[in-house]
Design a protein around this ligand. Structure first.
Ligand code: ME8
Length: 638
């Protein structure tokens, strides 16, 4: 049976819409989950929402809803966002679910029975307006600025002070418990500084899980929420399921919630007789345009805004490639567009398209059989094997951005290989067919391995490339064995070749880039009202007839021009059309078109054209005019 792998994201607060920061942690989790699945592990990925506490109660009041209505609304938004971004979870836990309160009751019971919970008094400066204690040392409320009152209330406490030694020795025997290392050091010195007991209940508001037998208390929201990592996999309700998954192999969090996860959480678990998680992986924070993201600054990037504007792969790639996990990053659409255009559109996208197109054109869409290896072939093959090893090592250590650097080095090497071997020149010489086959096989096989390595990060594009290569794309087929050289089947048919990653333009984000501004002026069709009027006689001078394309092929050395043979009923004509970038020749055979038949003949790239096929110019891209009903070839258009 395959080994289990349990990973979690934080349970997000549902007082507002998910944003780019939430997306970041969740995308890391999804990429790790997919990578572990590729490695053959039985993965359980959990996310969810943290729905209790004063913050939520207050947000509900402000938005004139009940807390439950508010949490239902935003929990729905979070779920929707993950689906749009291609993020797959096995478990989603909401802390307002019944199975969750059961689990909180169960862990509290175990901790209490072990003697680590007692009833005491909590004192501090309290803001009556905000119904909250302010941090120690503060005299006025940091939220509303009002004066505070010194208050004392009854509270249940957890004996954290007894866990200093236990935690330190746990850290010592698990030096990578917190990753990266700097965060481990930070936590170790915090714990060395001494620990105080912590309050785990509240009586000043009611939106939470009541403590049985003492219902004026509700559990403190962090005690409640951390337990979500257990309740989501059956703790307190399905012990056998729980025992199969726990302990978590990695728990992802942002640096803001490190202390809760690396100090309180393992202490709660130890107190309840449960194992702490294996690793806490801490990510840094994103600022937006150089500043902390906030609604009042106007630089809040909601997950819905991102998902609406951008394909999931672009978002996932940018966030995972731009910074190493642990580092902080700055999000701007300028940096975004630059990164994805260069890496996705230019590098992997172009490499895949040009290679596939050559296989299409020179080998009729069949994976060619490689001949004897020459100079650069062996190097490419061994570099591909080395890259797979480095990629695995880095992904196993959660160094995703480094792993992606490895992948991109192989992409560059493959591009260099094509440039050095010039398959487009080999194609012109019949005697070099075998060499051409070898070069294209090697390039295609490297692309297949690249796509498999990229499948955890940019699943949509990776699957599209694999499909275009004609290989299987189900989970079983993209396993570790798919990273081995040589499994691309000679003679197998490739799929429909289509672009994977179109380029982005800053204008797509409401930011006018100079290039787009110019292009727009050029491309905008003249307003209908501005066109000069002509008479019917003028129109009648243009002879347009229905034709059927019976043959279509590329004009050599041109990407735009196609040579078409069009059947006009009583004659067949050769017409050259500038539609090569928009249409694959083989898709045109049999298509009905409108042809201008009385144009003076012209030569385009040395090929004679006797007419013109009519197409709409849509932002500069040709779209052919066609007929849906039965129509006689040669019929005149009027
Ligand atoms: O803290 N950059 O929930 P939360 C990167 N409910 N990551 C960011 C970010 C940013 N600007 N902003 C948020 C909570 N995050 C608790 C957790 S767990 C039992 C309870 C990410 O909605 C980051 O991972 O405030 C951070 O830890 C998490 O969102 C906090 O989400």
């Amino acid at each position: 049976m395959s080994k289990k792998f349990y990973l979690t994201t934080p349970l997000y607060y549902v007082n507002g819409m998910p944003h780019v920061g939430h997306v970041y942690t969740t995308v890391i989790a999804d990429a790790i989950a997919r990578y572990k699945r590729l490695c053959g592990l039985k993965v359980c990925a959990l996310t969810g929402t943290d729905e209790h506490g004063l913050k939520i109660e207050r947000a509900a009041r402000e938005q004139e809803m009940s807390p439950q209505e508010l949490t239902d609304k935003y929990a729905g938004e979070f779920k929707k966002t993950w689906t749009t971004l291609g993020i797959e979870f096995d478990e989603f836990i909401r802390t307002t679910e019944a199975r969750h309160s059961v689990a909180v009751g169960e862990i509290a019971k175990r901790i209490k029975e072990s003697g680590f919970i007692y009833l005491g008094e909590y004192s501090g400066n309290y803001c009556v307006s905000c119904e909250a204690y302010v941090p120690e040392g503060e005299k006025s409320c940091p939220d509303c600025g009002r004066a505070t009152e010194f208050m004392t209330e009854e509270s249940y406490f957890f004996k954290l002070s007894l866990f200093q030694e236990k935690l330190l020795s746990f850290y010592e025997s698990n030096p990578t418990f917190v990753m990266p290392q700097t965060r481990m050091n930070e936590i170790t010195s915090f714990v060395k500084g001494g620990l105080r007991d912590i309050s785990i209940s509240r009586t000043s508001f009611s939106w939470g899980i009541p403590i049985p037998d003492d219902e004026k208390h509700i559990y403190y929201v962090w005690f409640d929420a951390l337990t979500g990592y257990l309740s989501g996999i059956g703790f307190g309700s399905d012990e056998s399921k729980f025992n199969k998954a726990w302990p978590a192999d990695v728990q992802l969090i942002g640096k803001d919630i490190l202390r809760f996860h690396a100090v309180y959480w393992p202490a709660f678990l130890m107190a309840a007789g449960l194992e702490p998680p294996r690793h806490i992986l801490v990510n840094g924070w994103w600022t937006v345009n150089g500043e902390k993201m906030s609604k009042s600054r106007g630089n809040f990037i909601g997950a819905d805004e991102l998902a609406e504007k951008l394909p999931a792969d672009y978002i996932r790639y940018f966030l995972l490639r731009e910074i190493p996990i642990g580092g902080d990053g700055d999000f701007s659409y300028e940096a975004f567009v630059k990164r994805v255009n260069s890496d996705l559109a230019n590098d992997i996208g172009n490499l895949a398209s040009r290679t596939l197109k050559m296989i299409q054109n020179y080998f009729d869409g069949e994976i060619p059989e490689p001949g004897a290896s020459e100079g650069g072939d062996g190097e490419l093959i061994s570099f591909s094997k080395e890259t797979v090893e480095l990629y695995r090592k880095n992904f196993d250590n959660y160094e995703i951005s480094k792993g992606l650097e490895n992948v991109w080095e192989l992409i560059s090497a493959t591009n260099r290989y094509l440039v050095a071997n010039e398959p487009w020149k080999l194609a012109r010489d019949q005697g070099k067919k075998e060499r051409l086959a070898t070069v294209l096989y090697n390039a295609a096989e490297t692309i297949r391995i690249l796509a498999a390595m990229l499948s955890p990060i940019i699943p949509d594009g990776a699957v599209s490339i694999l499909r275009q290569l004609g290989v299987k794309t189900d989970l079983e087929s993209i396993g570790l064995s798919s990273l081995l050289w040589g499994s691309l089947k000679v003679g197998s048919k490739i799929g429909e070749v289509e672009p994977v990653y179109p380029r982005l333009d800053l204008g797509d984000f409401g930011m006018e880039s100079p290039a787009k501004a110019e292009a727009k002026v050029e491309r905008k069709p003249a307003s209908i009202k501005e066109s000069p009027l002509i008479s019917i006689e003028d129109f009648a001078k243009v002879e347009m007839r229905v034709g059927k394309i019976v043959k279509a092929e590329k004009v050599p050395k041109s990407s735009k021009l196609l040579r078409l043979i069009v059947d006009l009923g009583d004659e067949k004509r050769q017409v050259v059309a500038g539609i090569g970038e928009a249409y694959e020749p083989k898709t045109l055979k049999g298509r009905l078109v409108a042809v201008v038949t009385n144009l003076k003949p012209a030569k385009l790239m040395g090929v004679e054209s006797n007419g013109m096929v009519v197409a709409a110019s849509d932002e500069g891209n040709p779209v052919l005019v066609t007929f849906n009903e039965d129509v006689t070839l040669g019929a005149r258009l009027r």
